[in-house]
Design a protein around this ligand. Structure first.
Ligand SMILES: Nc1ncnc2c1ncn2[C@@H]1O[C@H](COP(=O)(O)OP(=O)(O)OP(=O)(O)O)[C@@H](O)[C@H]1O
Length: 249
């Protein structure tokens, strides 16, 4: 199998009772590209993410990561092999400062997922240097000593991104990184995600069309659990099936 494909779903399906949320989807995410999954509410995008990270077990089909079948692995094993996912605010400890949150994630990543006693975490110079550098590169150093609970929703989402990056993923799954953000904050997240391109393989679910069109290399459109179109942003915006299913035109 070609290793220029970082992550791949082959004919995956997932049912909830009698409802098929993901219906025989095959999709390839190429190394070093930003691939957006687009589609109306209920199209199956988040369920597809859950299948890629193995949070859900597929009813059929396979998942391949960096050329290897990983369909039987558990979510933490997928994470350890380099798939990082931002779980919205849930990955952030609200009572911890920005620095402490990123430090903890960096420390755990260096120890392949194991927790340490907090005193040892605090005294780890390598994790501390990594946390400082990461927060600096995202322009968040002014929040180093601020508690996550005390900043705006937009800044918490930036912290969530920093925590995910501290795990040193190869493939980054972003589920609506601009959801709930103001236009100015969305632009900032868009620029930051754009700056990650080439360093990571990025798979993003995103609804805001300006974000999708400005920074995606590839776009796949889902509707009712299936892939209805795939191509460049320009091809997708001119696709008749997409206009019908997504924009209601
Ligand atoms: N855990 C679950 N149990 C039952 N049904 C579910 C579950 N998760 C998702 N579904 C259903 O599966 C379908 C696909 O949902 P999914 O969340 O994957 O869509 P989506 O494209 O991410 O939508 P949105 O843009 O609204 O987040 C929907 O009909 C949803 O109600």
């Amino acid at each position: 199998m070609s290793t220029d494909i970082a992550l791949e779903a082959v004919n995956v399906s997932k049912k909830f009772g009698s409802m098929t949320a993901v219906d025989g989807v095959s999709i390839r995410f190429q190394t070093g590209r930003l691939h957006t999954v687009l589609g109306p509410n209920g199209a199956g995008k988040t369920t597809l993410f859950n299948l890629l990270t193995k949070d859900y077990k597929p009813d059929g089909g396979e998942i391949h990561l960096l050329g290897e079948a990983v369909t039987s692995l558990k979510p933490h094993e997928i994470a350890r092999r380099g798939v990082g996912r931002s779980y919205q605010i849930t990955s952030v400890i609200r009572e911890f400062t920005f620095f402490e949150n990123v430090l903890l994630a960096a420390y755990r990543a260096q120890r392949r997922g194991r927790f340490g006693i907090w005193r040892a975490v605090r005294q780890d110079p390598k994790a501390a240097a990594q946390a400082r550098e990461l927060l600096g590169s995202l322009g968040l150093e002014r929040f180093n000593d601020r508690k996550a609970a005390d900043v705006s929703y937009g800044d918490q989402r930036m912290l969530e991104l920093a925590v995910t990056l501290a795990t040193q993923p190869r493939v980054l799954l972003l589920d609506e990184p601009t959801a709930g953000l103001s236009q100015r904050e969305s632009e900032r997240v868009k620029d930051v995600v754009n700056s990650f391109k080439s360093r990571y393989t990025i798979v993003m679910i995103e609804h805001k069309m300006n974000v999708v069109m400005d920074i995606s290399d590839d776009v796949t459109v889902m509707a009712r659990g299936r892939v209805i179109a795939s191509g460049s942003p320009e091809q997708i915006s001119n696709d008749a099936a997409v206009k019908a299913a997504y924009f209601g035109l």
